[in-house]
Ligand binder design. Structure first.
Ligand SMILES: Cc1cc2nc3c(=O)[nH]c(=O)nc-3n(C[C@H](O)[C@H](O)[C@H](O)COP(=O)(O)OP(=O)(O)OC[C@H]3O[C@@H](n4cnc5c(N)ncnc54)[C@H](O)[C@@H]3O)c2cc1C
Ligand SMILES: *[C@@H]1O[C@H](CO)[C@@H](O)[C@H](O)[C@H]1NC(C)=O
Ligand SMILES: *[C@@H]1O[C@H](CO)[C@@H](O)[C@H](O)[C@H]1NC(C)=O
Ligand SMILES: *[C@@H]1O[C@H](CO)[C@@H](O)[C@H](O)[C@H]1NC(C)=O
Ligand SMILES: *[C@@H]1O[C@H](CO)[C@@H](O)[C@H](O)[C@H]1NC(C)=O
Ligand SMILES: *[C@@H]1O[C@H](CO)[C@@H](O)[C@H](O)[C@H]1NC(C)=O
Length: 623
């Protein structure tokens, strides 16, 4: 069974050679529990039978992509029984494995990921395997919400107020808060009044699994001066236990929250394994009237009488637009694509870089012992009750927003760094899976992390919220099946502010580490220098710059590749109603329209954009 193989691969991946061995009796137990779990869980599949494909069929709306934004649109637009809707998704449907929170790291190695990588560049990832930064992206009904780490953060109020101030009426914090409320069903111990709702489709919960370490860490952060906050509430700056998109210990996502409940509506056709390759545009009237797509190797067409909506995400919306002649004129001409609208598609892309190299050693067993959890049959039994290690969001346990002393932002409530606290370090699985997630090369792993495998370790990683360095997406060719080219361009800003901000983040982590709460466990920073940085004195700013340029990861929050802005904004691709400039009946509705680097992980915003866009569209048609 495919699902079983996938879950076993998680377990097997975690079984590094020479590490804890599953003895036969134990693995026998686990396998029978898994087989039980699997036979219970797979009864309801497939949930989306293959449709009979009707070529040249006509709908009111065609939505391309079923990520959080596209799924919300599909749900809300099909509330109107008068409208017919086609939802095209390139990927297959998710399985019960994707409901298991801790499996998310392994899902990167499944068919649910497009498997994109960045073009190697010299200023970062110097100790990554082949110098490559990975850019995973969901390819499945539900999009990246199926493979993501489930961290739920909406962003700073100022993100939205600034977004509105850039010429986008209707997107200020006061305008969009009702949509954040509409989408969520909160099950949280601590929540600010007026900021949460209990009857939306998407479940948001406190993580049901916690290490002993996270309690100590949260206390230490408070001792270091950070208030404890609901970071989706009144004030964002401070420390919080992570809020996750989960329900009873299982993943809550775009598919199970927004698509599954409506899959039998007869005015919507949900078509998986169907990849749009081109938006059909009438060159004379500049009007979109349908799409071309591939299913099972065959090309089909579908027509839209009202609108085509691209919700293909921050990588594939720009790709689809450019393939259809909407993009930078010179770039398209070089590839022989007829230009329909000369727009700066893909020219600017924000991303969040995270440095995984700040690791601490403790003298007590309070971090997560991943190896023990994995081989404990109880882990699998507890999952049936929505508890235990399988419900961990890939070991992310707490997050903090801070404003470092290098920030030049005039507003004191606007953070520049997020600290992501994991209950483990990259040594926890003996180099099998986590090492690959960050793409740390084997030699570096063996030197820095291998000696920690038998120690009690954890990591806190600074994430750069508002990068000055900008990424770029281009087409590789005019073939829609070729992956786009990604240039992350990390740490290329002329003043080197991005590096300085990350270093300021490291200093904040060290301050937390010096508190009595942490020192009770003799928390000590691991001083083994990263490969290539041996000659620099450890813990100097120069050392950390070297370290940051050797290992770095994306947290996959790319935005602005189809930026929202008014006609006179030379960077804008869509207007505040998400309509593509210069083309009729075409919108982009996904995180690619977000015009700022968010002070957040982006999935909550993706749902919000879907909810808000649904209302805009309904209003445009007099509803
Ligand atoms: C590994 C990973 C971890 C993450 N962790 C978090 C986290 O913990 N918290 C958080 O807030 N955010 C996280 N994110 C980011 C978050 O999941 C995304 O920002 C969010 O899912 C974006 O939603 P979207 O609707 O814009 O598009 P996407 O989720 O990208 O969905 C787009 C969909 O369109 C489909 N598609 C693309 N091209 C075509 C085509 N041509 N034809 C048909 N279909 C197409 C894709 O297959 C996909 O299903 C993570 C992302 C990744 C990849
Ligand atoms: C599997 O299920 C069967 C029947 O429901 C039960 O008898 C058996 O004990 C279960 N095995 C495990 C390991 O849970
Ligand atoms: C759909 O339209 C195309 C182009 O007009 C045509 O070649 C094709 O045969 C049509 N398909 C069907 C099933 O009618
Ligand atoms: C920020 O604080 C650090 C100490 O944590 C100090 O060395 C540095 O000079 C400060 N920078 C600014 C710009 O104040
Ligand atoms: C604390 O950690 C340091 C560095 O790892 C070690 O030398 C020392 O012995 C430890 N002290 C205790 C009490 O564990
Ligand atoms: C860990 O180190 C602290 C001092 O740094 C000490 O008080 C404590 O007893 C040690 N704990 C263990 C389990 O060794």
């Amino acid at each position: 069974m495919k699902e079983l193989v996938l879950l076993f691969s998680v377990i097997l991946l975690l079984q590094a050679p020479g590490s804890l061995e599953l003895d036969n009796e134990l693995s026998g137990d686990i396998s029978s529990i898994l087989i039980n779990l699997s036979s219970r869980e797979t009864a309801s599949f497939p949930r989306y039978p293959n449709n009979v494909i009707v070529d040249n069929a006509t709908y009111d709306f065609i939505i391309v992509g079923s990520g959080p934004s596209g799924s919300v649109l599909a749900n809300r637009l099909s509330e109107n029984p008068e409208w017919s809707i086609l939802l095209l998704e390139a990927g297959e449907e998710p399985s019960w494995i994707t409901d298991i929170p801790v499996a998310c790291g392994a899902l990167e190695y499944s068919g649910y990921n497009w498997g994109y990588t960045c073009e190697p560049q010299s200023g970062f990832c110097r100790d990554c395997t082949d110098g490559i930064l990975q850019y995973p992206h969901g390819k499945v009904l539900g999009g990246s919400s199926i493979i993501n780490y489930m961290i739920y953060t909406r962003g700073n109020k100022l993100d939205f107020d600034r977004w509105a101030a850039m010429g986008n009426p209707g997107w200020s914090f006061d305008d969009i808060l009702p949509y954040f409320l509409k989408l969520e069903s909160a099950h949280l111990a601590i929540k600010d009044n007026g900021y949460h709702n209990s009857d939306g489709p998407l479940s948001v919960s406190d993580a049901s699994y916690r290490s002993k370490l996270v309690d100590v860490y949260v206390k230490a952060s408070q001792e270091a001066g950070l208030p404890y906050v609901d970071n989706n509430g009144q004030n964002q700056i401070g420390v919080s236990y992570v809020q996750t998109t989960t329900k009873n210990g299982r993943r809550s996502d775009a598919e199970n929250a927004y698509l599954r409940p409506i899959r039998n509506r007869n005015n919507i056709k949900i078509q998986k394994a169907s990849q749009a390759t081109k938006i059909l545009i009438n060159p004379a009237s500049k009007t979109a009237y349908g799409v071309e797509y591939i299913n099972g190797g065959k090309t089909y067409r579908a027509f839209a009488t009202k609108e085509v909506i691209s919700s293909a995400g921050s990588f594939n919306s720009p790709q689809l637009l450019m393939l259809s002649g909407i993009g930078p004129k010179t770039h398209l001409k070089q590839l022989g694509i007829t230009v329909q609208s000369d727009l700066p598609v893909g020219k600017k892309m924000y991303d969040h870089a995270l440095f995984p190299g700040v690791v601490f050693q403790l003298n007590d067993s309070i971090p997560i012992n991943l190896m023990e959890e994995i081989v404990d049959p109880l882990t699998y039994v507890q999952f049936s009750e929505g508890k235990g290690f399988l419900t961990s969001s890939n070991t992310v346990e707490a997050i903090s927003y801070i404003k470092t002393n290098v920030s030049t932002d005039p507003d004191d409530s606007y953070p520049d760094i997020e600290l992501v606290m994991y209950g483990i370090s990259p040594a926890a699985d003996h180099g099998v899976l986590i090492r690959r997630t960050y793409n740390i090369d084997q030699n570096t792993y063996d030197k820095v992390f291998k000696p920690l495998e038998s120690k009690y370790t954890y990591q806190v990683s600074p994430m750069l919220l508002h990068p000055k360095s900008l990424g770029r997406i281009k087409l590789r060719s005019r073939n829609p099946l070729h992956p786009p080219k990604f240039y992350a361009n990390y740490f290329t800003d002329p003043e080197n502010e991005d590096i300085a901000t990350l270093i300021a983040g490291i200093r904040a982590i060290q301050k937390i580490n010096r508190t009595p709460a942490m020192q009770k466990y003799n928390a000590t920073i691991v001083r083994t220098p990263l490969a290539g940085c041996e000659d620099i004195e450890f813990d100097t700013d120069e050392y950390w710059e070297c370290g940051i340029r050797s290992i770095i990861s994306s947290l996959y929050h790319q935005t602005a590749s189809c930026k929202m802005g008014p006609n006179n904004d030379p960077e804008a691709v869509v207007d505040h109603k998400l309509k593509v400039h210069g083309i009729n009946r075409l919108r982009v509705v996904d995180v690619s329209v977000i015009p700022v680097p968010m002070t957040a992980h982006t999935v909550a915003v993706a749902y919000m954009v879907g909810e808000r866009a649904s209302d805009i569209i309904k209003k445009d048609y007099g509803m």
